[in-house]
Unconditional design. Structure first.
Length: 235
C-alpha cells in the first residue's frame, strides 16, 4: 500500500509508524509513505496558506486554490487506482468495516487539515470522501492519519505474524476481546482463571466467547445489537 499525505507538517512523518511491527513493514516497503507539503503550493512570499472564514467566526480556513495545486501535484505519477480522503471530524467514522475496504485500495491520498479546516469548495469539486477517527476534535489531521495508516497496515497479511491474532481481536464479529493473561500464574494473589490451564480448546473458546459477550454488553451495548443481528443472519 502507498500513502501520500498532504500536510503542513511533513516532518511529523513517519513518526510513530517507524516502530515495532508497522516499522518493520515500512522498512520492508510493504507500505510506503510520501509527504506533500501544502505550504509549497502557496504563491505568497510568506508561504501562508489560510485566510479568515466568510461569515465570521474564530480561526482560519485553508484556501481552496492552494489545496487544488497540492492535490494535483500528489496525483501526478500515480501508478494505480487511488482514493483521496480528507481526515475530518465531519466525516464517516472509521471502523473495522471501512478499514477492510480501504486496505483493498493500492494508493491512498490523505489530506490533513489544520486550523478550522479546508474551504468546502475544494472538497466538493474533487468529490473527496471525509473520514473521522472519532467523535472528538484533534488539532490537526496528522494524528488521525497515523491512526488510519496503522489500522490499515496491520491488516496486510504479511504484517502481523500470526493471522489468528486478527480473527479474535476486538470488533471482529462485533465483540470486544476477552481478557488476556500471561505468566506468572499467581500475581499478587490473583490467579489466572483455571479454565485457561486445562488444555481443552473447546471449553477455552466457549469461555472466551462468554467473557467477550459479558464485556461487550457492559461497555458497548450498541455492539451487542449488531452481534445479535449477525447471529440471527447466520441461522
Ligand atoms: N472546525 C473543525 C475542526 C478543525 S480541527 C470542525 O469543527 O469540524 C483541524 C483539523 O484536524 C481538521 O481539519 C481535520 O483534518 C483534523 N481532525 C480533527 N478532528 C478529527 C477527527 N476526529 N478525525 C479526523 N480528523 C480530525
Amino acid at each position: 500500500m502507498k500513502f501520500k499525505i498532504l500536510t503542513l507538517f511533513p516532518e511529523i512523518f513517519p513518526g510513530p509508524l517507524k516502530y515495532s511491527l508497522i516499522g518493520k513493514a515500512l522498512k520492508k516497503k510493504i507500505f510506503t509513505i510520501e509527504t506533500v507539503n501544502i505550504r509549497d503550493f502557496s504563491e505568497k512570499k510568506s508561504k501562508s496558506v489560510d485566510d479568515t472564514p466568510y461569515g465570521g467566526g474564530a480561526g482560519m480556513v485553508i484556501k481552496a486554490d492552494i489545496m487544488q495545486r497540492a492535490l494535483e501535484s500528489a496525483k501526478k505519477n500515480l501508478e494505480c487506482k487511488s482514493k483521496v480522503i480528507f481526515l475530518s471530524p465531519g466525516g464517516k467514522q472509521l471502523n473495522t468495516e471501512l478499514i477492510g475496504d480501504l486496505v483493498k485500495i493500492k494508493e491512498l491520498i490523505l489530506i490533513c487539515g489544520k486550523y478550522e479546516g479546508i474551504d468546502d469548495r475544494f472538497l466538493k469539486k474533487n468529490k473527496i470522501e471525509e473520514i473521522s477517527v472519532g467523535d472528538y476534535v484533534l488539532s490537526g489531521g496528522e494524528i488521525a492519519s497515523f491512526i488510519l495508516i496503522d489500522t490499515c497496515v496491520r491488516l496486510i497479511p504479511e504484517v502481523l505474524g500470526n493471522k489468528n491474532s486478527l480473527k479474535s481481536e476486538s470488533f471482529q464479529n462485533h465483540l470486544l476481546e476477552y481478557p488476556q493473561y500471561t505468566k506468572p500464574y499467581n500475581w499478587e494473589g490473583i490467579k489466572v482463571p483455571e479454565i485457561l490451564l486445562n488444555g481443552n480448546h473447546r471449553e477455552i473458546s466457549d469461555w472466551r466467547l462468554k467473557k467477550s459477550i459479558e464485556k461487550t454488553k457492559k461497555i458497548r451495548p450498541d455492539l451487542i445489537i449488531k452481534f445479535n443481528k449477525s447471529k440471527k443472519e447466520e441461522v
